[in-house]
Design a protein around this ligand. Sequence first.
Ligand SMILES: [Zn+2]
Ligand SMILES: [Zn+2]
Length: 177
Amino acid sequence: MIYNVAQLLKDPIGATRVYDLHETADLLTDIPARAPYVGHLKLTHLNEGILAEARIVTVVEVACRRCLRPVQLPLELEFVEEYRPSIDINSGAPVLKREGEEYFTLDERHTLDLTEAVRQYAWTNLPQFALCREDCAGLCAMCGRDLNEGPCDCQQESTDPRLAVLGCLLGESERSQ
Ligand SMILES: [Zn+2]
Ligand SMILES: [Zn+2]
């Protein structure tokens, strides 16, 4: 996700470039993507640098929060970030990073690397409460059985969770004898 913006920085303020994005699913090692990253990127020349507007979709695999089975869900990212030069395009003089202002930096060859922004947005937007299906029965809190595959002994023997623990333990010891 590398774009050279040297020419765009020489274009008039307000000039734009639009790109189609297509990156393989393994682009980011810490994001469990299972489909390519596809989308659009619009770059606009601002007074102080480049405004990047991105819209990207992929599919991520996360664990069902009830039964922990893998679930694949679409992940849509939409963000606007500013990138400022580290070297002045005309004079070649270094541009100091401004304290207290949030922006990404172009490298000394005026390349814009969108990867880190995509990683940050993907990471913070990973589904936290995924369900494999709306009525997922989850795991038994006592014995850990996947209740989507059928009831466990603890539930059959008692609805009181304290007794159910006993039921589970007794069941275990009976089976192991
Ligand atoms: Zn589930
Ligand atoms: Zn159980």
